[in-house]
Design a binder for this molecule. Structure first.
Ligand code: NCD
Length: 369
């Protein structure tokens, strides 16, 4: 593994190997180690963050290394019009690894094409958030005792929230039952449900009945409506507060089930739920440090064995990606790269129309040529 952009590029075995390293890091996240002494992590955050950036910096420092970077792109040369490619070609001279959060979908993959050091995707728009998923998996494994055959209920903004889809894709090799409870228009993006069903063979169900879903859940994964990704305030107000996981809902859940949330929360989990033993989102947050320590240690070649990462080679097509949020729309010098869709269940792709089907290599948007 050279870069960590998309967690679904790891096989089940690789995920288990990475989680085993994370297990070893749990005590070291408190005690500290000098494993990464002399190494520097750069954190480039073009979008707001509390947990992800601070836990990356804490992880690097607990490993004995150092962290530098910016939390506000307005303070960097982006404000002078510098491209992402040139920014990365600068930072890779100063640091041994780079964690980047950017509003454009596919930004981290684009950076990986220009970087001499490992790139870690710390969130690329509404697309992916693989390190959150890594800590979610670590939380589930440690707090529930297993990853296999889980019923995972995803609720909230599944369309623009990058954490829910990332979790479903990563769990796919562990044969989950995925149940989605989302307001209209905020369902999981079609490229994710199709990938889950047609390529990964995972069971995905949609329902409006949060209470029934909660009753059957091993994990209830709650997400915030992503106000900042709406094009109009009206559209946000229509869905705001539509699914609330309150004491009544949590009371229906099995005793050993978990309520997780990547945080920050707004109004989808009232504070009265925090005292319930099933509410485990604060513990989940704590796992962010050992999970990121493990990832950095592996990428820097300091821990674990080599973890294979499935690289997908793109084909260049004479077609600009139609997704306005794709990194190729803002960073014009990028090649239009696509990966052919290899579907097991052809029937699920009917609505895309006839022709050769591809997915944008950066943002996964599906096109037919
Ligand atoms: C999430 C994110 O940034 O996607 N937060 C996080 O990293 N813990 C969730 C969110 O912002 O809603």
């Amino acid at each position: 593994m050279k870069h960590f952009v998309d967690i679904s590029r790891l096989s089940r075995q690789s995920l288990e190997d990475l989680l085993a390293v994370a297990d070893d890091m749990v005590p070291l996240a408190r005690e500290g180690t000098d494993l990464a002494a002399g190494k520097i992590l750069a954190t480039l955050f073009y979008e707001p963050s509390t947990r992800t950036r601070l836990s990356f910096e804490a992880a690097m420092q607990r490993l004995g290394g150092r962290a530098l970077g910016f939390a506000d792109a307005a303070a960097s040369s982006v404000a002078k019009g510098e491209s992402l490619a040139d920014t990365i070609r600068t930072v890779d001279k100063y640091a041994d690894a780079v964690a980047i959060r950017h509003p454009a979908e596919g930004a981290a993959l684009a950076c990986s094409f220009y970087s001499e050091v490992p790139i870690v995707n710390a969130g690329d728009g509404g697309h992916l958030h693989p390190t959150q998923t890594l800590l979610d998996l670590l939380t589930i494994k440690r707090e529930l005792g297993r990853l296999e055959n889980l019923t995972v209920v995803l609720t909230g903004d599944l369309r623009y929230g990058r954490t829910a889809g990332s979790l479903a894709l990563a769990l796919a090799p562990f044969k989950p039952q995925v149940v989605c409870v989302a307001p209209e228009g905020l369902e999981l993006p079609p490229h994710i449900t199709r990938r889950l069903r047609a390529e990964l063979g995972a069971a995905v169900e949609e329902t409006e009945d949060l209470a029934a879903a909660a009753r059957g859940a091993d994990v209830l994964y709650v997400t915030r409506i992503q106000q900042e990704r709406f094009f109009s305030a009206d559209d946000y107000l229509k869905v705001k507060g539509s699914y609330v996981v309150d004491k009544k809902i949590v009371g229906l859940m099995r005793k050993e089930a978990l309520v997780l949330h990547p945080l920050p929360r707004v109004d989808e989990i009232p504070p009265e739920v925090d005292a319930d033993p099933r509410a485990r989102y604060f513990e989940q947050m704590r796992y962010g440090v050992p999970a990121r320590m493990a990832l950095l240690a592996v990428l820097l070649g300091l821990a674990g064995k080599d973890i294979p990462y499935r690289e997908v080679k793109g084909e260049e097509l004479d077609l600009a990606c139609p997704n306005p949020r794709c990194v190729t729309t803002s960073e014009k010098y990028l090649k239009n790269l696509y990966a052919p869709i290899l579907a097991r269940a052809e029937s699920l792709f009917g609505e895309l129309g006839e022709g050769k089907r591809y997915r944008c290599l950066y943002c996964d948007y599906e096109v037919v040529v």
